[in-house]
Design a protein around this ligand. Sequence first.
Ligand SMILES: Cc1cc2nc3c(=O)[nH]c(=O)nc-3n(C[C@H](O)[C@H](O)[C@H](O)COP(=O)(O)O)c2cc1C
Length: 154
Amino acid sequence: MPMLKIFVGTMYGGALDVAEQVKPLFEEAGYEVAILENPTLGDLDAEATDLALFCVSTTGSGDYPGTFASFANAIAEKSPGLGWLRYGLIALGDSSYGETFCGAGRQLDELLAGQGAQRLGERLEVDAMETFMADDAALPWVEEWIESQQLKVA
Ligand SMILES: Cc1cc2nc3c(=O)[nH]c(=O)nc-3n(C[C@H](O)[C@H](O)[C@H](O)COP(=O)(O)O)c2cc1C
């Protein structure tokens, strides 16, 4: 069974909640799913990662939350080359923060692209000003993502 890894960066649990809610959709699509709350560079291994989904909220002024910062810094410093990686990205933020809206998700997207990784489809940006529960936006987006990118393997 192919492996889908969900890489989570969260402060208050919203992004983790999204990961847990969308997990069954991928299982129905034929994937084994691993949710990584404290990802490390070692989790980005080509042999054991067929597809990745990043669920990342923003803190500070457009910053990565908690332990996700060291994960992203490790990618930037070690520059592993991720030409094999196909991924989707769900960024959580709040548009009342203005220019830094979804800053962490946007930074991550650039970082991954810089390593040669291929994003499938558009990035989802969930605005807490509009969507109280991020799941409400994420669930239909993932359903559509699996469909439009033809990710079903079962
Ligand atoms: C201290 C703090 C700083 C924040 N800074 C930003 C920001 O710069 N840009 C943004 O889009 N959202 C910002 N947010 C909003 C969060 O990203 C948003 O509420 C998100 O849904 C939290 O997700 P989580 O539950 O996974 O931590 C900030 C929130 C807090 C509490």
